[in-house]
Design a protein. Sequence first.
Length: 102
Amino acid sequence: MSSQLAVLLLGYACGLGGVAGIAAYIWVVLKRRRWLNSAGLLLTALGLMQFSLLIHQNLGMAGLIQAAMAVALLLAAVAVQIVAAVRARSPWDGTERRGGDE
């Protein structure tokens, strides 16, 4: 794979991951009114979109490998945060459910 194709694919992955994260954040804020609980999702998505602009610099092959690893980790972070933000949980009713005596 040529380095130009790798840069293009990484840029698209960053952009799509960022858009998905921002869309999920907007959905969570509008649907559940949990803007602060999901702020990490928004910030990670925005960082991912900004990272897509940096990838187009002349990084060389070692820089591209490091950029690909960073993109993969940021995409995983956005995916995990989307799952955590949109899963249906009942609000806390005051009952302690953790095991063990403290």
